[in-house]
Design a protein around this ligand. Structure first.
Ligand code: ATP
Ligand code: MG
Length: 191
């Protein structure tokens, strides 16, 4: 199986590029943000809990996210591979992912770090908030999410470097150009 972690700050383009990866390589896609937004829309208990954190720009507790992730992963049958979008977001989640995959005879193939400058992230997220009405894409919450990214999520860059899985992707430019770099990186891993 090809197990790809797509990584980056809020607004870095993880969702957009994941859709292209899915199309080209036929992988299953797990977007933890999409899973949580669906739960909120359906008014489930999990959705109610998640909304409290998301509206504050905070992360959902690790234990809860890890359970959700394992259950979505196990729902895929005869998968060619999975793209993890929005997970892991903390060191504890990365460690849990490693254990979960090892228990299933799997491992992360590569971690793609989509790097985008902070002013561009702000511009993209404010635009997305206006267009999609996503509740957490407002000025105040975006700033909190970027702080959370720097304090809790960015340390994963060194973690994946130490694990030998890290691959930097320059996240500025056209969507096609960025995807070409991503596909090159994936083709390298497939060999
Ligand atoms: P992008 O724009 O690159 O797709 P994003 O940060 O805007 O990324 P999502 O990945 O959709 O958005 O996540 C939205 C929110 O859902 C996060 O701010 C967080 O509150 C919650 N969330 C998503 N994934 C996790 C996770 N792995 N752990 C904890 N909370 C999460
Ligand atoms: Mg997303």
């Amino acid at each position: 199986m090809l197990n790809i972690v797509i990584f980056g700050a809020p607004g870095s383009g993880k969702g957009t590029q994941s859709a292209r990866i899915v199309e080209k390589y036929g992988l299953n896609h797990i977007s933890t943000g999409d899973v949580l937004r669906a739960e909120i829309k359906n008014g489930t208990e999990l959705g109610k809990t998640a909304k409290g954190y998301i509206d504050q720009g905070q992360l959902i507790p690790d234990a809860l996210m890890i359970d959700i992730l394992a259950s979505v992963f196990d729902s895929f049958k005869d998968s060619k591979g999975v793209i993890f979008d929005g997970f892991p977001r903390t060191i504890a989640q990365a460690e849990a992912l490693k254990v979960m995959l090892a228990e299933r005879g799997q491992e992360v193939s590569v971690m793609l770090d989509l790097e985008v400058p902070e002013d561009e992230l702000m511009t993209r997220l404010i635009k997305r908030g206006l267009e999609s009405g996503r509740a957490d894409d407002n000025d105040e919450t975006i700033k909190k999410r970027l702080l959370v990214y720097h304090s809790q999520t960015a340390p994963l860059i060194d973690w994946y470097k130490a694990d030998g899985k890290y691959c930097h992707i320059h996240g500025l430019g056209t969507m096609e150009g960025i995807f070409a770099d991503i596909a090159g990186a994936i083709d390298n891993v497939i060999g």
